[in-house]
Design a protein around this ligand. Structure first.
Ligand code: AMP
Length: 402
């Protein structure tokens, strides 16, 4: 990990400031500013409370017990999964029985394998079965397809990825091979349907992943449209971290007497030490960040910025200061995003600067710090951001610049 960034000539000591915190200090110039700031700031300060190791989950089923193909069982073991997680333990038998599922679960619970394993087996048993998987972001689709590839090794199962920002011609070619699995984001799937390159009338299985996020991102009409093109007789599996009123309507309209499975992952904000970094002069903000990043413990840092331009600018500034940094945001091509993510995952980059949308659904297990360089738009966004650290019951740190 590189640590030889320029030495700052600024005497500000990031750690000291943030530890002393804002409790007895206020920098606003007017009274109204003061009280508003006090109220807002306190939300970003909290000690981690729950980093104890959770009780070991004892599953009812073992992977070997499931009535699925032997090669599929071998692939699960080869992936290093020894026993089912709670959602896999409950969802796999129900999906194998042909039931619709509502999984209340977020990233980190093992939900991806909980739908992929039984669906791969279903396709193996009947080659006419086709599966459509819809997820909110390109990154999430790629993660799902990575897992699908690992599980379907030597099983001769074809899949197509249909996401924006990637070569449409290649996707059309892959679709022509009549793949059993099609995974994509709503916009690109719709595009391909409009071009008559994808026909959903034979897709007897649908997975909606991160339904709540897709609704947040305004995909409700696209999703309803895509589902309307599926056959009436089908198996539908919906996964969502939360169930809002809008999600509930979608569930009632499109799921048939679903088995509801609710699991909590170890990835809760309770694992995350939250504090603020108070910067009194805007021009010193980058110095404060610099002084944090050169500290030994800032090993793998995800920084959030508000705008694409701001993120790019910050990434360039940090690069110029000698940090190993990359950025992901909506103006980057899919290939660039994938490359940067890989470099970050494999610890070649110490720091990743991202916008909220680009960071949705990222599955990177060992992020040591999340830094909110710009304030999140909502508290929900904040919780989502800091959930990228403190995962799998490890401690994480979140710092918010004020
Ligand atoms: P997901 O919630 O599907 O995004 O999965 C979160 C992480 O848990 C991924 O890195 C998976 O590879 C991993 N995982 C899923 N199921 C298991 C399992 N049964 N045993 C060990 N790791 C798992």
């Amino acid at each position: 990990m590189q640590k030889k960034a320029f030495k700052s000539n600024n005497s500000f000591n990031g750690r000291k400031k943030w530890n002393n915190g804002p409790r007895n200090r206020n920098t606003s110039n007017n009274r109204n500013g003061k009280s508003a700031e006090k109220l807002g700031v306190s939300k970003y300060i909290r000690k981690a409370t729950n980093i104890s190791t959770p009780k070991e989950y004892i599953p009812v089923n073992q992977f070997l017990d499931f009535e699925i193909s032997t090669q599929l069982k071998n692939n699960i073991l080869a992936r290093g999964y020894v026993k089912p997680t709670p959602i896999q333990d409950q969802a796999i038998p129900a999906i194998l029985q042909g039931k619709d599922i509502l999984g209340i679960a977020n990233t980190g619970t093992g939900k991806t394998a909980s739908f992929l394993i039984p669906l791969i087996d279903k396709v193996l048993k009947n080659e006419n079965e086709k599966v459509l998987i819809i997820a909110p972001t390109r990154e999430l689709v790629l993660q799902i397809v990575d897992e699908l590839s690992a599980f379907s090794k030597s099983l001769n199962i074809h899949s197509a990825v249909c996401i924006g920002g990637s070569n449409m011609f290649k996707q059309i070619q892959t679709l022509k091979r009549n793949p059993s699995f099609v995974a994509g984001t709503p916009g690109r799937l719709k595009d391909l349907i409009n071009r008559r390159c994808l026909n959903l009338s034979k897709f007897t299985n649908i997975v909606l992943d991160e339904v709540d996020r897709m609704l947040d991102m305004g995909f409700i009409h696209d999703i309803k449209h895509l589902i309307s093109l599926l056959p009436q007789k089908r198996q539908s599996l919906f996964f969502s971290a939360t169930v809002s009123r809008e999600t509930d309507i979608l569930i009632k309209d499109f799921l048939n007497n679903p088995t509801k499975i609710s699991v909590k992952s170890g990835d809760t904000p309770e694992n995350v030490d939250q504090d603020i970094v108070r910067v009194e002069d805007k021009s010193k903000k980058i110095e404060s960040l610099h002084n944090l990043l050169i500290k030994e413990e800032f090993k793998k840092v995800l920084i959030f910025g508000k705008t694409k331009r701001g993120v790019e600018h910050l990434s360039n500034s940090l690069h110029a200061r000698g940090f190993k940094v990359g950025s992901i945001h909506g103006n980057k091509s899919q290939a660039q995003r994938e490359k940067t993510l890989k470099l970050f995952k494999t610890n070649y980059l110490q720091t990743l600067v991202a916008t909220d949308v680009a960071a949705r659904g990222l599955d990177i297990m060992d992020i040591t710090h999340v830094i909110n360089y710009d304030l999140p738009a909502t508290y929900d966004d904040y919780i989502h951001r800091i959930g990228r650290t403190g995962r799998a019951n490890k401690a994480g740190k979140a710092l918010t610049f004020i």
